[in-house]
Design a protein around this ligand. Sequence first.
Ligand SMILES: [Zn+2]
Ligand SMILES: [Zn+2]
Ligand SMILES: [Zn+2]
Length: 328
Amino acid sequence: MELRKDPITQSWVIQEIGDGAWPKLDGCPLCPGKESYCPQTLYEYPYRHPPWQVRVVPHWRPLYRIEGGVERRGEGMYDKMRSLGAHEIVVEGPEHQLGLSGQSDEHVAQVLRACISRMSDLKKDARFRYLTLFRNQGKAAGQELEHPHSQIAATPFIPRRLVYELRSSLRHYGLKERCLICDLVRQEMMQGVRTVEWDDQFLAFCPFASRVPFETWLLPVNHHHSFEEDLSTWERQLHFARMLRSLLARLERKVPEFHLVLHTAPNVNAKFEKTGQWQTLREDFHWHFEIIPADPNPSKSYSLEEVYYNSLPPEAACEELRKAGNEV
Ligand SMILES: [Zn+2]
Ligand SMILES: [Zn+2]
Ligand SMILES: [Zn+2]
């Protein structure tokens, strides 16, 4: 693998250099009993007290590799670098058929705790500028292994969409000395037409310019820039787990296949960062999860241009998601 930078849009592309084939697998490599597929355990719960309930392992066919340096180099006008980073799989439970929404709140909180622990650990590595936590549910959303799992990727660059968000947040803060997403939360709570579920700590809503039907964001009501730091106590992890599980159950009744991605503050300890670059990050950026269902109308969206066609307005999607909560 190699990372190549598009000189025009400045976005990095992971380029397969080898043959890209998967190794032959005998059964599910994430099920208990198949630990030999990924023998290295990065995290497990309960710790050294089998059987495990949550387990984190390195991806055996990683997009990014942890050894060595980034070796930035040029080829004429082009920039490339080694695909340095970390790519881990968070196995969300021992049961092959049991999805996250079917687990108990406590179990989901343990999964969150595993992610937080791994992310905090990876942040200590000054080579990594950004940590992505994501989950692809369903074939149409790119899920490669059936066993319920999430993935963590640590990269020497900040993904382009995050760069946009950081820039907008900084600009808004520069103008108003307020957090952009805090303003958004206040407006959504006031209007109440796109809010799916909320309490005094977290809010789930369908964003005003949803890209696909049932796009939903889940975030803290009170300002915080970092997911890992905000969810530092068991009480808060459990509270968030309850909300996440309930939201996933609602969504699954409407759209079973979706991407879930965390947007949190970049790693300010990364060695590439210029001093003074993240001066207002703690105040201007607000972490959130984005849940984006697999597009039911891909023919009308030309996503390469980032122009989306959404067949269901977020106000209507919200209405349906509210009702979906009462169908239990
Ligand atoms: Zn399995
Ligand atoms: Zn905020
Ligand atoms: Zn975002």
